[in-house]
Write a protein that binds this ligand. Structure first.
Ligand code: IDP
Ligand code: MG
Length: 151
């Protein structure tokens, strides 16, 4: 099992795609271990994308990522990093395969609906950027909830 960080970016939230994106993860066997809606400050967006600080699109990207609410999620499953990136599609929606989130809904290379970690190292950094360990619900509890009427 592997974990990855997913973000539904401000364009995905604004277009009403939260449910659509989550449905695709669930249909592909990815379990949601943690989830929250946030509105990042510019500084928080800069910190998250620090790996891109020298790229020409850094200012525009961090303006965009702090422009409205986002949904951040920890996904877990077999090969979750690769699987999530397959479901998302290529960075530029024009290059993304048919049936991927970015191809189906992305406007252009920056406003491409979703983010996904690209390696185990970035997943660890990105999950830790938004979540403390106690915020991750144990997988066993997700798969077989304990409670009144559910035993
Ligand atoms: P990824 O999201 O597919 O991993 P990265 O290269 O890590 O792609 O870029 C991070 C994000 O920065 C992209 O998802 C996109 O929103 C934005 N981005 C990447 N390349 C460009 C570009 O050339 N122009 C504008 N924005 C870009
Ligand atoms: Mg990336």
């Amino acid at each position: 099992m592997e974990r990855t960080l997913s973000i539904i970016k401000p364009d995905g939230v604004a277009k009403g795609l939260i449910g659509e994106v989550i449905k695709r993860f669930e249909n592909n066997g990815l379990k949601i271990r943690a989830m929250k809606m946030l509105h990042l400050t510019k500084k928080e967006a800069e910190g998250f994308y620090i790996v891109h600080k020298d790229r020409p699109f850094y200012i525009s990207l961090t303006d965009f990522m702090s422009s409205g609410p986002i949904v951040v999620m920890v996904l877990e499953g077999k090969d979750a990093i690769k699987k999530n990136r397959e479901i998302m599609g290529a960075t530029n929606p024009k290059d993304a395969a048919p049936g991927t989130i970015r191809r189906d809904f992305g406007l252009e290379i920056e406003k491409n609906i979703v983010h996904g970690s690209d390696s185990p190292e970035s997943a660890a950094f990105e999950i830790g950027y938004f979540f403390n360990s106690p915020e991750l619900i144990p997988l066993t509890l997700i798969l077989s909830p304990q409670g009144r009427g559910l035993r």
